[in-house]
Design a protein around this ligand. Structure first.
Ligand code: MSP
Length: 629
């Protein structure tokens, strides 16, 4: 679909004085998800992110590292770029404020404002917080301390240059009131209006070189550099050609979303609009401030050493689950608590169980019963029509939630559709139905597979890698998420398990359970207790030794409704090749365990006495999935 609609989204540009952490990653993933949704809708998208390279913090970080500031910037810009590559961030341009085109454009803006009398020179004394790189008024200080850093700022007196911000106060209040979508969510808008209740002062936009040399020189006074926020905020327009290429700038501006964290609301919602107003730049459509990711209800900070590093998580669990968790578990606008335990819970319930299992069941059943070809979806009944109607409605519902920035709800809506397909599968039990009505079983699998593809496609912006690989196994007519694009009669490609389950507690391996032996005491149980265990026949498809142990084998078994992995302590009794093709008895409703780092989803039955062990097997004439009891 071709459309002339443009979508321009930005993230803050991050300071290059520290490594990217989960907070930076969050805003950037959020922007990426929005960019990908809009691209999928056919919009022409520009996604800008980058780094903020000037100012005291950076000069200090370079000094601490014993390098020149530019080298510090070059090194750190690479770290951010690498992190975004690992997180599959599809930005269109990576902004660096040390780039010549940016410096030149900032100087042009400054010169214009100076020429128009919007900037003036003044001797000034004020409370300066080095951490924030800004002066605070006494009113803004809390107990005489900077509210962000909880440190007493220094009182500094010097000549500086000031932007006449105060003169735009009334205009800004009116603009915010007349454009309710300008600052979102509502709570942040009210916070800004509250701030604007008091008198707005002019903004000091320079720093004397004697105090700070690492910045963009003022075009009208070479003894001063530009205040870093004045330089940084302009990246949103210089990054798309402002003062360099009018056509390019006009194509993208005004921005649809400036995404920011709640820590930088004043600079974005007061400084930036007044700067734009003075420079004659139209206002962006929305400035959206999300909450913070907290750890144990505390903001992450270097001093507390509670910083969550996004790349460590990616190395451990893969990029798609990390992206999924961050977008699924933050209600936009509110704070959210990060915990690896919650991450694992979310992963196991949504990704391994609901989503991954559905794909695996569909693929296994089609392979086993339909020669790996997509069955026909003829003669749908009421239940199939319901799955179809809901699947057809889903893209619009998701789109609406995304346009309202309710991304977590959009994901939940997709997942609840996936769960409804799982219930449908349970109800229809195509693994049984196939024995009595092959065509009906085909219809069920077609319906489930088609519904799955629609849900998967809608999750693609959140988990681009995994979704691309799972969708590539299905023969689809078109790239979009419409009912009927799955081609009956065409082959399903080889399926790989999407999201293997993770053990419940991070970093604590589940105890290796030995097989029960005849020495164990005999406790009497009721028949109901016995039937809680789901015993079925299963065929061993693959077997291999687990490295580093002499006891364990890793098996892939066909249970009739899925292919799953189990780890069994039988390596001393069977060679892997002896096992392939055997039909065994397995318990398939055990909680998953991780044994020596390998996931095990079930247990096989064996008879053991003394040094002898024999698997309980059945003849090959019984199909996998037959119940034992
Ligand atoms: N350089 C300025 C921004 C200039 S934009 C013109 C800056 N940089 S920063 O490196 O400190 O990044 C701040 C941003 O990182 C926040 O606004 C937010 O987007 C993100 N996060 C940093 N910590 C965060 C959390 N704990 N949780 C969520 N996001 C937060 O400020």
């Amino acid at each position: 679909m071709n459309s002339t609609k443009t979508f321009y989204v930005t993230t803050p540009i991050y300071y290059v004085n520290g490594m990217p952490h989960i907070g930076h990653a969050y805003t950037t993933i959020l922007a990426d998800v929005l960019a990908r949704y809009h691209r999928a809708q056919g919009d022409d998208v520009f996604f800008l992110t980058g780094v903020d390279e000037h100012g005291q913090k950076i000069q200090q970080a370079a000094e601490d590292a014993g390098v020149e500031p530019q080298e510090q910037c070059d090194r750190m810009a690479l770290h951010f770029k690498n992190a975004w590559e690992k997180l599959e961030i599809s930005y269109d341009f990576f902004m660096r404020t040390t780039a010549d085109f940016h410096k030149k454009a900032v100087q042009d803006v400054l010169q214009d404002l100076w020429d128009k009398g919007e900037i003036y020179e003044h001797e000034y004394g004020g409370y300066y917080c080095v951490g924030c790189e800004r002066f605070y008024t006494t009113k803004e200080l809390v107990d005489g301390k900077c509210p962000q850093h909880l440190k007493k700022p220094e009182f500094i007196k010097e000549k500086n240059y000031f932007f006449r911000m105060s003169k735009y106060q009334e205009w800004l209040v009116n603009y915010i009131n007349e454009n309710p979508g300008f600052i979102q969510p509502e709570s942040r808008k009210n916070e800004v209006l509250g701030f604007l209740n008091g008198a707005l002062e002019d903004l000091c936009i320079s720093r004397p070189k004697s105090r700070l040399s690492w910045g963009i020189e003022l075009p009208f006074d070479k003894d001063f550099v530009t205040y870093v926020w004045f330089d940084a905020l302009l990246n949103y327009v210089t990054g798309i050609g402002y003062k360099q290429d009018e056509d390019r700038f006009d194509k993208w501006w005004p921005a649809d979303y400036h995404l920011i964290g709640k820590d930088i609301v004043t600079t974005h919602c007061v400084y930036w609009p007044t700067m734009m107003k003075a420079a004659g730049i139209p206002m962006p459509k929305t400035i959206f401030a999300h909450g913070w990711w907290m750890v144990d209800a505390t903001k992450m900070s270097k001093s507390l050493q509670n910083i969550v590093k996004p790349l460590d998580l990616v190395d451990k669990y893969g990029v798609d689950p990390v992206r999924y968790y961050l977008i699924r578990d933050m209600v936009l606008g509110q704070d959210a608590n990060f915990s690896e335990e919650m991450f694992i819970k979310r992963y196991n319930s949504d990704l391994a169980n609901d989503f991954g299992n559905l794909a695996s069941r569909i693929a296994t059943l089609i392979r086993k019963n339909f020669g790996n070809n997509i069955p026909k979806g003829n003669n749908p009944g009421l239940d199939e029509r319901e799955i179809q109607t809901n699947g057809e409605k889903l893209p619009k519902e998701v789109q609406k939630l995304i346009s309202e920035m309710r991304l977590n709800e959009a994901i939940e809506t997709i997942l609840s559709y996936v769960r409804s397909i799982n219930r449908y599968m349970e109800m229809k039990a195509p693994w049984k139905l196939v024995k009595t009505d092959h065509e009906k079983a085909g219809l069920v699998l077609y319906t489930a597979a088609q519904g799955f593809c629609i849900a998967a496609k809608l999750l693609e912006p959140v988990m681009p890698g995994k979704i691309c690989s799972v969708l590539s196994i299905f023969p689809l007519k078109s790239e979009n998420e419409s009912w009927g694009n799955l081609i009956s009669g065409e082959e399903l490609k080889e399926f790989q398990i999407l999201f293997p389950r993770i053990q419940a507690a991070p970093d604590k391996p589940a105890p290796e359970k030995n097989m029960k032996t005849d020495e164990d005491s005999l406790n009497l149980i009721s028949i109901d207790e016995f039937f809680k265990a789901k015993l079925i026949t299963a065929k061993i498809l693959e077997a291999e030794k687990v490295l580093g142990t002499s006891k364990l084998l890793k098996l892939q078994i066909d249970t009739g409704s899925d292919t799953r992995q189990i780890v069994a302590g039988i390596a001393e009794y069977y060679a892997p090749e002896q096992l392939i093709g055997k039909t065994i008895v397995a318990v398939v409703n055990l909680q998953p365990a991780v044994i020596r780092g390998i996931e095990s989803n079930g247990m096989l039955l064996a008879a053991k006495k003394g040094k002898q062990l024999q698997l309980i097997t059945t003849s090959d004439s019984i199909e996998p999935g037959a119940s034992v009891g």
